[in-house]
Design a protein around this ligand. Structure first.
Ligand code: CDP
Length: 209
């Protein structure tokens, strides 16, 4: 079974995707990490993320980079959303993601374009959302726990800017697939959101048998 989980920053898609992978015993790929690895490579080599050749050159990163906690920072996330708008970067990462989705037994992938581009034939597709203010509050709390202290207004502005870039790009913009089930986590606890996600996957599965 292939499960596609898409949605914007801090919507809860990563947590939900990991929980679904555990629940169904499937391997999980956080595809955002691939774009973050490209961004980290650009930053490390002091290249320009907006220059196509620099971004493309950075797609040949070592797999070990994916485990670097630096990739999870907001600075890298911001640059990830710039390099990910580049069609050549998306093309360079496409096969790897498709192969992961199509492995025997299935997989859970989360990102922005899983249900639309990477796994359009997924057995279950979820689009996870939450209001920008709630997502900013979640991200703000995460950053404070990690020892950083940006203002809530700045975090909200960053979230809005990222949403805008991810939704407006011409190649594989962030959009819910027509057959995706929408899951609004704004007022749900993590446990309740995961429970709801499992129910949605189950109802897709029973609808297709
Ligand atoms: O959850 P969060 O937005 O913090 O980060 P992420 O999922 O790790 O994604 C980082 C950036 O990578 C996003 O802002 C997108 O621009 C890009 N991305 C993408 O374009 N396509 C994907 N399938 C996953 C991430």
């Amino acid at each position: 079974m292939i499960i596609a989980v898409d949605g914007p920053a801090a919507s809860g898609k990563g947590t939900i995707a990991r929980a679904l992978a555990r629940h169904y015993g499937l391997p999980h790929l956080d595809t955002g990490l691939l774009y973050r690895a490209v961004a980290a490579t650009v930053l490390r080599a002091q290249l320009d993320p907006a220059v196509e050749a620099d971004a493309v050159l950075s797609c040949g990163f070592e797999d070990s980079l994916l485990a670097d906690p630096w990739l999870r920072t907001d600075d890298v996330g911001k640059v990830a959303s710039v390099v990910s708008a580049n069609p050549l970067v998306r093309a360079a990462l496409l096969q790897r993601q498709k192969a992961f989705a199509q492995q025997p037994g299935g997989a859970v992938l989360d990102g922005r374009d899983i249900g639309t581009v990477i796994a359009p034939d997924a057995d279950a597709k979820l689009f996870v959302k939450a209001t920008p203010t709630i997502r900013a509050q979640r991200r703000h709390l995460e950053l404070r726990r990690a020892g950083q202290d940006p203002s809530l207004d700045k975090v909200l502005a960053d979230i809005r800017a990222r949403d805008e870039r991810d939704s407006r790009r011409s190649d594989a913009p962030m959009v819910a697939a027509a057959d995706a089930a929408l899951l609004d986590t704004s007022f749900l606890s993590i446990d309740a959101a995961v429970q709801k996600a499992i129910e949605l996957v189950e109802s897709r599965r029973s609808a297709s048998t």
